[in-house]
Design a protein around this ligand. Sequence first.
Ligand code: NAP
Ligand code: G4F
Length: 323
Amino acid sequence: MYKKALITGLTGQDGAYLAKLLLDKGYEVHGLVARRSTDTRWRLRELGVDSRIVYHDGDLADASSVQRAVLKACPDEVYNLGAQSFVGSSWDQPITTGIVDGLGVTHMLEAIRQFRPQTRFYQASTSEMFGLIQAERQDENTPFYPRSPYGVAKLYGHWITVNYRESFGLHASSGILFNHESPLRGIEFVTRKVTDAVARIKQGKQRELRLGNIDAQRDWGFAGDYVEAMWLMLQQDKPDDFVIATGVTTTVREMCRIAFSYVELDYQDHVVIDPEFFRPAEVEVLLGNPAKAERVLGWSPKTNLKTLIQSMVDADLKRVAKE
Ligand code: NAP
Ligand code: G4F
C-alpha cells in the first residue's frame, strides 16, 4: 500500500526537495499552500514535481483550513515545514512570525489529535533555538537560548510538539536542523545572496556585495541530505527529537572566499560591510553534534560546504546568464 504525506511549506526550499524524495519513494504527496498573488511553485517545477502533487488551499494561521487539509488528505505522515523562516524579518513581523511559526504548529497538532491521531508528525525545528549557545557543540540535551522572535516562536513550536507527544501519545518528532542550503535557497539568505552576487559580478552585472556580520559562524549542510533525515525520523517506531547538522562550522567570511575564489575573484575586492544587514541580536556561532541521528537513524551528511557552495555558484551563473 502506498503512503500519503501532507507537507506544509511545500513551495519552500525543503518542501520541494521533500516532495521529490517522497514521490520517488511512491508516496501520494499533498501540500498545504497559502494563497499568494505571485507564482510560488517555481521550485516544484525546477524539480519536475509540480504536476504530481495534490494541492490544498490553506494557511497555518487559519486553523479551519489546516483541519480541512488533514480531513481531505487523510495523511499517514505530516511534515510541518511552513513558516516565516527568515530570521531578519522576524524583528519586523514578530506577531505574524509568532502566529505562523508558533501557534500554527498547534493548529496542525490539534487537527491531527482530533481527526487523525494515527498520523505521524514532523516539526521543522531549528538550531536558532540554541541562539546564545550554552555548549560548544549543540545536541539534543543542550539548553535553548533563542535570540530572535523567530527563535522564540520556533521554541514554542518545538515544545508543543514534545508536549503533544507526551500528553496524547502522538507520533510527533522534532528535527532540530542546522542551516541547510541549495540552489533552491531563497535569495535573502546569506549563502544564496553571496552565490547570486558572485554570478552577477563575474558577468559584469553587479560590482559590490553588501553584507552584515561576516564573522558569524554557521554549520551549513545540503538541503537534499537534510530532507532524508526528516523522512527517517517518521519511519522510527518511537517518535523523538534529533539534531541534524554536519559537525563543521564556518564563518560567513570563509564561505564568501570559497564562492568568489571558485570563479577566480577575491571577495575582499567586492564585499562591503553595511550596518543595515546587522541584526538587533546576533547568533554568533552554531555547531551541531549529529551523533544521535547517526546512531539511531543511520543518517550522516553526504555533501561538504565547498561542493555545496560551488554547485550554488554554478546554478546562479547559468540563471544570471539567461537574464
Ligand atoms: P522557506 O524556503 O522559507 O519556505 C517556507 C515555506 O513556508 C514556504 O513554502 C512558504 O510559502 C510557507 N509559508 C509561509 N507562511 C505560511 C503560512 N502562513 N501558512 C502556510 N505556509 C506558509 O524555508 P525552508 O528553508 O524550506 O525551511 C523549511 C522549514 O524548516 C521552515 O519551517 C524553517 O523555519 C525550518 N528550518 C529551516 C532551516 C534551513 O536552514 N533551511 C533550518 C532549520 C529549520 P510561500 O512560498 O507561499 O511563501
Ligand atoms: O543565511 P542567514 O539569514 O540564516 P540564519 O539567520 O542562520 O537562519 C537560517 O538558518 C536557521 C537555522 O539555524 C533557520 F532556522 C532559519 O529559518 C534560516 O534558514 O544568516 C546566516 C548568518 C547570520 O549570522 C547573519 O547575521 O549570516 C549573517 N549575515 C551576514 N550578512 C547575513 C548577511 N545574513 C543575511 N541573510 N544577509 C546578509 O547580508
